[in-house]
Design a protein around this ligand. Structure first.
Ligand code: GDP
Length: 138
């Protein structure tokens, strides 16, 4: 069944000139881009988006990183969207990511790891709604 996920092409990817390659890879993997835009997250957006990590020691660093420069936010659709994107992204730590995955190719560190992808269908729905109204999904 076709379903949806949400991605952020993170600030390190945009700063390093890798955003186009990552978006091309997402398309090559069969995702349809339902909505997307370049934006720079505010402190409030980053804190809210990562609220689940608020008690983690790296939370303030993560918020600083995610607000450090522009990102691409996108809503995506394909079969098994959430697990497929997670597989294409690779492990959180690029040093442990499978060769050929986006994080293995473009990630710099466990924090500056190139891309975000929703970890469940429920979170995909929440995260898409965080950035896009239903009328923006085309
Ligand atoms: P993900 O689902 O693979 O993105 O990983 P998590 O949900 O566990 O973490 C969210 C994001 O926080 C990661 O993508 C990293 O950017 C960052 N992060 C995770 N673990 C660490 C860590 O141990 N140290 C630092 N500095 N950042 C981390």
């Amino acid at each position: 069944m076709s379903n949806r996920t949400f991605t952020i092409v993170k600030p390190d990817s945009v700063a390093n000139g890798n955003a186009g390659k990552i978006i091309a890879r997402i398309e090559a993997e069969g995702f349809r881009i339902l909505a997307g835009r370049m934006t720079r997250l505010s402190q409030a957006q980053a804190r809210g988006f990562y609220a689940v990590h608020a008690e983690r020691p790296f939370y303030n660093d993560l918020v600083a990183y995610m607000t450090s420069g522009p990102v691409w936010v996108m809503a995506l659709e394909r079969d098994n969207a959430v697990p497929h994107l997670r597989a294409v992204m690779g492990a959180t730590n690029p040093a442990q990511a499978e060769p050929g995955t986006i994080r293995a190719l473009y990630g710099e560190s466990i924090e500056r790891n190139a891309i975000h992808g929703s970890d469940s269908n429920e979170n995909a729905t929440i995260e898409i709604a965080f950035f896009f109204s239903s009328g923006e999904l085309v």
